[in-house]
Design a protein around this ligand. Structure first.
Ligand code: IMP
Length: 176
């Protein structure tokens, strides 16, 4: 079990699901009468994306991209961000929402937004489940935010602890 790596449960599964339902309803209202393309940044955002789209009542297309950061510390990202796996879908003239698990320093999302803007979407917004804003090093717009969290390393619900425990249904704080 996970008790040797878990310090505490930060966001229980039912609280996560309740907030995700609210975000889905908010997105559905904001884009009423439109179609949207939701882009998931692998791998951390997968669980969030698949739960979120079940609460969206307008037509949704999904696509996936993977990025890698160079100059990365063990549990942080910084430095240059490159596309490791690109989208299959053209973005021109589409309403696009980028779905992330967590915005930490902001470098990943800032770099991805810059790359995607060059493809001329009709609109481009960010939806992040978690926001560790005390660690922010670069200003990034987060239009849809699940939870503000403290400066602790978290895992579960898509986020990994050294590539394990993405499968947990809650967000936990890792033991240090
Ligand atoms: P940023 O570029 O610093 O905003 O980092 C974003 C990425 O770092 C996320 O997509 C995660 O993959 C990873 N990350 C940042 N904080 C955490 C954490 O507390 N747990 C797991 N992954 C994290």
């Amino acid at each position: 079990m996970y008790h040797h790596v878990l310090q505490e449960v930060l966001i229980p599964a039912d609280v996560l699901q309740q907030r995700i339902a609210e975000l889905g309803a908010e997105i559905s209202r904001d884009y009423e009468g439109e179609e949207i393309l939701m882009i998931c940044i692998l791998r951390g955002g997968v669980m969030f994306l698949t739960d979120l789209i079940r609460h969206i009542t307008i037509p949704v297309a999904i696509d996936f991209m993977a990025v890698s950061s160079y100059g990365v510390g063990a549990r942080q990202s910084q430095g240059e961000v490159r596309i490791a796996m690109d989208l299959n879908t053209p973005l021109a003239d589409r309403h696009v929402i980028l779905v992330e698990d967590i915005v930490d320093t902001g470098h990943t999302i800032a770099a991805v937004l810059e790359m995607l803007e060059t493809r001329h979407p009709k609109s481009l917004r960010v939806c992040s489940l978690l926001d560790k804003s005390v660690r922010r090093e670069i200003v990034v717009p987060i239009h849809y935010r699940g939870f503000e969290i403290p400066n602790k390393f978290v895992f579960g619900y898509g986020l990994d602890l050294d590539e394990h425990w993405r499968n947990l249904p809650f967000i936990g704080v890792a033991k240090t």
